[in-house]
Design a protein around this ligand. Structure first.
Ligand code: ISE
Length: 336
């Protein structure tokens, strides 16, 4: 039987999720759509799911008996409330990152899900479905380089747009790297520091772009992450981990090299939808399969909470200029 999905937020990424669930994912039906601007949801429905109902409110979609599970890709500040409403309705919910805009918001979700007595939430940390990162994970898990000692990463976007704030470099961009290292190393973070290199002239100076984040893990691994959201040249993610007996490095996406006009070059992706296209397919397929089996397997609310508690500390560190401690609440049983 097909899992009937309701989509809240049909902007750029949300519409792409509707497309993939309508055309690529097996075992799913696009049943309902909601968007703050209703005409946008109607356009997306016309294009990919003409049978789907466009609802007037997100609550109507969540409560609809025609919706088995909810996919949230609306603005970050709406996530907490919508996830809580889905949990209250007893529905499985996939929520794009961040799970909530603060660690406190994530804790409210942890409590609600614990009260429901089972996992209902999957968080959209797409990299855990990327082939290159999965390759790193299996090398680390099999101790191919021994214990990891330190790591270097870069997270670059071509441009950020005028709405991007200094805090969003942490809560919207760095959060992917934080979750990636939480998952790769299987441990949380104890402290964070943010350093400001010379700012690019290609972005508003108040943004202070790029920024360099230093994270410390429970076992003492030191990680540096360059976050640069106006690098101009592409959507580029880099990751290398150094262990006692070697180094593992994220491969570049497979692309042909082109020799032409006196040059030998490989194209770089320009956006996350393109860079992680195959991973997004796997991520949504895993959600649909998890709903059908009554057991979700993807990143859980605890991962969402650890990531937000860490980026909250990074935002404190941006302001204080100091090394900020990260303290987590005890992990509720439902996530063990
Ligand atoms: C965006 O929301 C994403 O999730 C992208 O992967 C990230 O690179 C970008 O900085 C965020 O704004």
């Amino acid at each position: 039987m097909s899992v009937r999905l309701g989509f809240i937020g049909t902007g750029d990424l949300g519409a792409d999720h509707v497309r993939r669930c309508a055309n690529i994912i097996s075992g799913a039906t696009v049943s309902a759509l909601y968007n703050r601007t209703q005409s946008r949801a109607e356009d997306v429905a016309r294009q990919f799911a003409p049978e789907a109902r466009v609802t007037a409110t997100p609550e109507e979609l969540i409560e609809s008996p025609q919706v088995d599970a909810v996919v949230i890709s609306s603005a970050s500040q709406t996530h907490e409330d919508l996830v809580l409403k889905a949990i209250q309705a007893g529905k499985y919910v996939f929520c794009e990152k961040p799970l909530a805009t603060t660690a406190e918001g994530c804790v409210r979700i942890l409590h609600a899900e614990s009260a429901a007595g089972k996992r209902l939430v999957q968080v959209g940390f797409v990299r855990v479905y990327d082939e290159g990162y999965l390759n790193l994970k299996s090398l680390i898990d099999t101790k191919a380089i021994g214990s990891v000692l330190m790591a270097h990463a870069a997270h670059r976007n071509p441009t950020s747009g005028p709405h991007y704030t200094r805090e969003m470099l942490m809560s919207e961009t760095l959060i992917h790297d934080v979750n990636t290292f939480h998952w790769l190393l299987g441990e949380s973070f104890t402290a964070a520091q943010v350093l400001y290199p010379r700012s690019t002239s290609k972005a508003d100076a108040t943004l202070q772009d790029p920024q360099l984040v230093i994270l410390e893990t429970e076992s003492g691994v030191l990680i540096d992450v360059e976050v640069f959201v106006n690098c101009q040249f592409g959507y580029d993610v880099q990751c290398a981990l150094i262990g006692e007996s070697g180094e593992v490095r994220l491969p570049e996406p497979a692309r042909a090299t082109v020799r032409r006009n006196g040059q030998n070059h490989t194209a770089i992706t320009m956006g996350c939808k393109e860079r992680f296209e195959a991973a997004y397919d796997r991520e949504l397929q895993a959600f649909v399969d998890g709903v059908a089996a009554g057991k979700l397997t993807g990143p859980d609310s605890w991962a969402g909470y650890v990531a937000s508690a860490t980026t909250d500390a990074c935002i404190r560190a941006q302001k204080s200029g100091k090394r900020e401690d990260i303290r987590l609440i005890p992990q509720p049983d439902v996530y063990r």
